[in-house]
Design a protein around this ligand. Structure first.
Ligand code: DI6
Ligand code: FE
Length: 406
């Protein structure tokens, strides 16, 4: 069924950059964009449904390319303690931090995890997110990582969202493997990844490369295993210190390296050469009151694509809004609103390996877009939180969020 969406302006991101069409029209055929351009040049298609967008600004559907939104419990108690001066390291040392979320996630049933995750995903959908990445990494054993990834798959089936599932078994050391990190890495490579990939639960493999998590040697073992299994990799790197996990990831042609506050110019050069996307996570930067800024100018200079994501997780980024991250990336990292918007559309799609089909409004791509009742695209980065009125279109069909939420 063809539809002509008209009387709108479009920030298309076509041709790999921020670009705009005033008084645009979009012709969709089923779930695909057949044509987009100035309304005056619209092809003659005779009878078809016409949808009035009343002067709205249309952007590609937003893409949150880094979340940990499946988890049990919350850590608001630790948040209060940290405000009173207890450090993240002290909390971790007495079994809090990631370990406490691992306990709560292992205890939770798949249905309970699904219900809580669905609420978070609906919040993102409501503000224009149509594609979402979900990481495991709070199960840390085969059964519980499988449970988390199965929830990610269910979210994609139950909601009008494209969901990519990333296995982050190498997130932290589970208590059963205390002081035996190499053994845990061997378990991930010999048992967990082969089984989970075989079951079709894994679109990408991620690892946390950091002195409080896994070394570059350990992360490289995971990457080699992923490569042998034919699955692309991503990395959490240079968040707290500089181990050059991002350069390592580039050697494995990683889809993305994420966080990156402590990355060097050489890391940026390596990422540029391999086409690895830099995913910046302003929510975690803000919550940890980090002062080391990611090297935005080096990333720009070497033309590393910059994506933004929520990092939605119960510890370092309880960020329920991707649009809030646009504002934070501008205020904290000095991105322009145009760069910020490209960061949650075009470059976020590339960070998920979906750039052939998602992330821009172009003929042949999936008809995922948002019609915003705003005067200028920069408003998406300008308003600090709140709900901006919008209409969400996913696969050529308008999403009735209130009906889905019931
Ligand atoms: N970096 C982060 O910011 C989160 N994971 C990671 O590798 C933190 C996850 C948590 O504290 O629960
Ligand atoms: Fe993360």
């Amino acid at each position: 069924m063809k539809k002509l969406w008209q009387h709108c302006h479009a920030a298309t991101m076509a041709g790999g950059k921020y670009s705009v069409i005033d008084d645009a029209a979009i012709l969709t055929d089923g779930a695909r964009i057949e044509w987009i351009g100035p309304r005056a040049a619209a092809p003659d298609i005779g009878e078809c449904e016409r949808v009035e967008l009343d002067g709205a600004w249309v952007t590609p559907g937003l893409i949150d390319c880094h979340t940990h939104l499946v988890f049990g419990g919350d850590r608001s108690g630790e948040f209060e303690e940290r405000l009173e001066g207890v450090s993240y390291a002290e909390i971790a040392a007495r079994g809090g931090g990631i370990a406490s979320t691992v306990r709560a996630t292992r205890e939770a049933s798949e249905d309970a995890l699904f219900k809580a995750a669905k609420t978070r995903a609906l919040g993102l959908l409501r503000e224009g997110v149509t594609t979402l990445e979900v990481k495991s990494g709070y199960g840390l054993d085969l059964a519980n990582e499988r449970k988390m990834l199965a929830v990610a798959r269910r979210l994609g089936e139950a909601l009008p969202l494209t969901v990519r599932a990333t296995c982050l078994a190498a997130h932290a050391l589970p208590p059963e493997y205390a002081n035996r990190a190499d053994d845990y890495i061997a378990h991930i490579c010999d048992e967990m990844l082969p089984a989970l990939v075989e079951e079709g639960l894994v679109d990408a493999v991620d690892a946390f490369c950091e002195h409080i998590a896994f070394s570059t040697e350990q992360v490289e073992r995971v990457f080699r295993c992923a490569r042998d299994l034919g699955v692309p990799v991503k990395v959490h790197a240079e968040q707290l210190s500089s181990l050059h996990g991002s350069s390592l990831a580039a050697r494995y042609r990683a889809l993305s390296a994420d966080h990156l506050e402590y990355m060097t110019e050489d890391d940026a050069i390596a990422m540029a050469q391999s086409g690895t996307v830099a995913v910046l996570l302003p929510g975690a930067f803000y919550m940890l009151r980090e002062t080391q800024l990611p090297p935005i100018d080096a990333l720009r200079r070497h033309r590393v694509p910059i994506a933004l994501a929520s990092d939605l997780n119960p510890g370092t980024s309880p960020a329920l809004s991707l649009r809030m991250m646009l504002n934070m990336a501008c205020t904290l990292f000095r991105l322009t609103p145009e760069e910020a918007l490209a960061g949650v559309t075009l470059h976020a799609a590339k960070a998920l390996g979906l750039h052939a089909t998602h992330g821009s409004l172009e003929a042949g791509k999936t008809a995922d877009f948002v019609a915003w009742r705003i005067g200028r695209p920069a408003e998406l980065s300008y308003w600090l939180g709140g709900a901006l009125p919008n209409r969400v279109v996913r696969g050529g069909a308008e999403v009735d969020i209130e009906r889905i939420a019931r």
